[in-house]
Write a protein that binds this ligand. Structure first.
Ligand code: ZN
Length: 193
């Protein structure tokens, strides 16, 4: 089976995301993703959410979901609905500064409360949090990338190139050319990314 690239935790303007669902899906399509789960905050959404998300057409395998809050100790849980099964993810434990032991205790208590967790998010807003990759945690490990950081090197170079470029194309005017030393630096940056 081929590897698929996807994201199981994404928000839209229905909660605190910055893109509408169709824009979000288009952005992930452009990045070459295979699947995406839209999981807006449960307490922000209303019926319009459940009407809107299924209407979004996409090349992606698109899952509908929500992000729950386990109120007894403020723990976000991703709930991703498939056709037959539902996936529950313990989201961003780093945000609560949990040790591995505290994480295990939360997983146990959420289980007693009725949700059997399948996976744990080992990132927080795109940042890797290696302690949760521990084999002591008996859940599938999921990384959620922050889309803006999906290509950190490329975007870094892009910024530098934009700053270095003159505002208009003055390349025919030798006085306006990008200084040779800067051009060399940019040339060094380009091939490696
Ligand atoms: Zn969250």
């Amino acid at each position: 089976m081929p590897w698929l690239r996807g994201n199981l935790h994404a928000h839209t303007t229905f909660s605190d995301g910055v893109k509408e669902p169709a824009q979000l899906v288009a952005a992930y399509e452009a990045l070459g993703y295979d699947f995406l789960a839209i999981t807006d905050h449960e307490n922000w959404i209303d019926d319009r959410y459940w009407n809107a998300i299924p209407r979004v057409s996409s090349k992606l395998l698109l899952f509908h979901g929500i992000e729950l809050n386990w109120r007894r100790f403020d723990q976000h849980i991703g709930k991703v609905s498939g056709e037959r099964e539902t996936l529950h993810v313990l989201n961003h434990p780093a945000r609560y500064q949990l040790s591995v032991a505290q994480t295990l205790e939360r997983i146990r208590r959420i289980g007693v409360g009725g949700i059997t967790l399948d996976a744990i998010e080992v990132t927080d807003t795109g940042q890797r949090q290696p302690i949760y990759e521990s084999s002591e945690i008996p859940l599938v490990k999921i990384a959620t990338g922050r889309r803006a950081r999906a290509h950190p090197l490329r975007s870094g170079v892009g910024r530098r190139r934009r700053q270095a470029r003159p505002r208009r194309d003055h390349s025919r005017d030798p006085r306006r050319r990008v200084p040779a030393r800067l051009r060399e630096r940019l040339a060094c940056l380009r091939p490696s990314h």
